[in-house]
Design a protein around this ligand. Structure first.
Ligand code: SAH
Ligand code: MG
Length: 193
């Protein structure tokens, strides 16, 4: 597990927003308990969560998309260190430019917070019949729940969009969503029967 710690340290040092401890543990338990085999991740960063998901079981595969070149290259290195090249397919692209035909048991949205509705609408087409969409960072460090005035205009915009996403999930005709106050806030959306 030393190498996992190294990834966590690298992320901390370089301000890479990998999943928080409680959040990743929650995600890994979900994968284990629900026998998830095929994962699509939007937002690889340095490959940390993709690697951790693969390490749950030998027969898990992850397709993951990253648009930042430096992070993508770091992810490639990390995936190699763990000998997971055959199980992690990392795509260097903006997720909106990627067309996938495959279906996945789990779609994990962990990318630009202002685009979550668009990611959800695009990639729900790649979800298996009984698959789920999990989203990270819905709390945005508590900011989506605060009643205080947020000074930065940019941050205010992201908070507004995340709240729109939360409402979109709550009102969704097609999916039921459960919200968890774990890590930085996680949701699990399942298709209604
Ligand atoms: N899942 C990772 C952390 C991802 S951080 C982990 O927990 O280990 C979010 C990443 O999403 C960033 O690296 C950012 O570059 C990427 N990203 C944001 N918007 C994107 C988009 N539209 N397409 C592809 N990658 C995107
Ligand atoms: Mg995240």
């Amino acid at each position: 597990m030393v190498r996992i710690l190294e990834l966590e340290e690298y992320a901390k040092k370089n301000n890479i927003p990998i999943m928080e401890h409680d959040g990743i543990e929650f995600l890994l338990s979900f994968i284990k308990d629900n026998n998830v085999k095929r994962v699509l991740e939007i937002g690889s960063a340095i490959g940390y969560s993709a690697i951790r998901m693969c390490l749950v079981n030998d027969d898990i595969t992850v397709t993951t998309i990253e648009r930042d070149e430096i992070r993508y290259k770091e992810a490639i290195k990390n995936i190699k260190k763990f000998n997971l090249e055959s199980r992690i397919n990392i795509i260097f692209s903006d997720a909106f430019d990627v067309l996938l035909d495959d279906k996945y048991d789990l779609i994990f949205i962990d990318a630009a917070k202002s685009q979550y509705i668009k990611f959800f609408e695009k990639f729900k087409l790649n979800l298996n019949k009984n698959g789920v969409i999990i989203s990270d960072n819905l709390n945005f460090h508590g900011l989506t729940h605060t009643k205080d005035e947020i000074k930065s205009r940019n941050v205010r915009g992201i908070v507004r969009k995340l709240n729109n996403y939360i409402d979109f999930l709550k009102d969704n005709k097609e999916f039921d969503t459960a919200f968890y106050d774990i890590g930085d806030g996680i949701s699990i959306s399942k298709r209604k029967n």
